[in-house]
Design a binder for this molecule. Structure first.
Ligand SMILES: *Cc1c(COP(=O)(O)O)cnc(C)c1O
Length: 479
């Protein structure tokens, strides 16, 4: 099915893609014979064929620049191209990590101000820009919490409490830090079960890690009680702030009682998420944890800006200073939006998600029927009763030209469909998506087979996705 995209099919002996000019220097000796291959199976194509081949391949890709991409928890919003231009300015892009500090004062000033802005946005007192992913920010945060308890001589705290709706990186982070993971259930409204938390929160618990809004797209209204309970019993409250799109300019993690939070600049702050990086997961903390932050931090003294390492730092997380280009884009984003612009993001992100929720809830089961934040989680269980899985609904969406939402996550919702429209989508786009989802719900009733065999008009259909990711076949071979 994929074959007409393959180069070997258009290869013909004798065709060439480029013509070299005649030699104007003496020919060099070829490399030693044992290094030369007798047969090198290269396709022979003309330049225009090669251009068309790569252009055809590039069109097989789906991205936020080609269409709506409501992948919940991933915030696949449109990121202004202008910020890429700013990150590419020679003064930012061409500096070297080890050049003299007085020659990079502008870059350090940008980092210093970004540390400040992020602390302000989260209601915290200090920021480290060092982590290079959300998961790495989490790792640094839990390491700091461990160091904090150890320093106080509180040695028995070996457990991390993680809600059952959490992102997989939360329990993985705790395990990487050598701590035990205990799962806190959600209640029937989708909030953290307070009774269960009270029963589990003892002097063996180092911290509760909480995503806000939860991965069900809900704001937990008991956050003040949760924070009080955890702190009263000597624990700390870790915030997973990967998805800040609904809180920007409105709610601060610090005000909610969190001790630290990691942000994903590559979701919320103008760097595209996905594609394998680069990312940035800054860690913002209250003063009780500031001395433990990963290094380096940028500070200002009478000679200007310089790097420092906090007194009891957990150390560095990688080479140099983190992903600087991502910081430049976040800085440009914040400066161009200003405080009012940030508020508009969260307002529109929340309105868009609630619009989808209201327009689709008659068609798909809505396990938690309440105002959502930046994303809404439906269940495909009504369709499952007709023999159609959420998997099939996602595949059918491809035929309608949409990237499917996140599916089968969070784990606490049967046949989950997690839809995050983001603030950058127009009402027309949302309406087109709503029509497609309604049409698919009708097909599930009347013609379930068309869903079970979808997609019907993509170059490839149902791939083994695990094998495609783990054992990619990136080579072509002449037949
Ligand atoms: C994306 C995400 C993470 C992990 O971020 P990475 O940069 O991919 O490591 C953690 N928690 C939540 C809730 C997320 O959505």
């Amino acid at each position: 099915m994929f074959r007409h995209y393959l180069l070997p099919d258009i290869s013909q002996p004798g065709k060439v893609g480029c013509t070299l000019p005649p030699l104007d220097v003496p020919p060099a000796e070829p490399p030693p014979k044992e290094l030369l291959r007798e047969e090198l199976a290269l396709p022979e194509v003309s330049e225009v064929e090669l251009v068309r081949y790569f252009t055809a391949l590039s069109r097989l890709n789906y991205g936020v620049d080609t269409g709506f991409y409501p992948l919940g928890s991933c915030t696949m919003k449109y990121n202004p191209k202008w910020h890429e231009d700013i990150a590419r300015l020679p003064g930012f892009a061409w500096i070297h990590p080890y050049q003299p500090i007085d020659s990079v004062q502008g870059a350090l000033k940008l980092m210093f101000q970004l540390q400040d802005y992020l602390a302000e946005i989260t209601g915290m007192s200090a920021t480290s820009l060092a982590p290079m992913a959300g998961a790495q920010g989490e790792l640094a945060g839990i390491k700091m919490i461990k160091a904090y308890h150890r320093e106080r001589g509180d040695k028995g705290r070996r457990k991390i409490l993680v809600p059952d709706s959490a992102h997989g990186t939360n329990p993985a982070t705790a395990a990487m830090c050598g701590l035990e993971v205990a799962t806190v259930p959600s209640d029937d409204k989708g909030n953290l079960d307070l009774k269960a938390l009270a029963a589990m929160m003892n002097d063996e618990v180092a911290a509760l890690t909480l995503t806000m809004p939860t991965t069900l797209g809900l704001f937990d209204p008991h956050i003040a009680q949760i924070s009080q309970l955890v702190h009263e019993r000597g624990g700390l409250l870790y915030g997973d702030g990967a998805n800040l799109n609904s809180l920007l300019g409105k709610v601060k993690f610090g005000d909610l009682g969190f001790d630290c939070v990691q942000l994903n600049l590559h979701k919320t702050f103008s760097t595209p998420h996905g594609g394998g990086g680069p990312g940035s997961g800054p860690l913002c903390v209250k003063s009780n944890l500031a001395d433990f932050l990963p290094s380096p931090l940028v500070v200002k003294n009478d000679k200007g800006y310089t790097f420092t390492s906090p007194a009891k730092s957990i150390g560095s997380l990688g080479a140099a200073y983190g992903n600087f280009g991502v910081m430049v884009k976040a800085y440009a984003y914040l400066r161009s939006l200003g405080a009012e612009g940030l508020k508009a993001i969260s307002e529109n992100a929340v309105i868009n998600a609630n619009y989808l929720k209201e327009k689709l809830k008659a068609y798909y089961h809505l396990p938690y029927d309440r105002t959502c934040m930046h994303e809404v989680v439906f269940s495909g269980k009504r369709q499952k009763a007709k023999g159609v899985r959420t998997w099939d609904i996602a595949k059918r969406l491809l035929d309608y030209g949409f990237h499917p939402p996140t599916i089968y996550f969070p784990l606490v919702v049967e046949e989950a469909l997690m839809i995050e429209p983001t603030e950058t989508e127009s009402k027309e786009t949302l309406d087109a998506f709503i029509s497609a989802m309604r049409e698919i719900a009708r097909e599930a009733e009347e013609n379930p087979e068309i869903l079970r065999t979808a997609p019907h008009n993509t170059p490839v259909a149902r791939l083994d996705e695990a094998a495609a990711a783990r054992k990619p076949d990136l080579r072509w071979e002449l037949s």
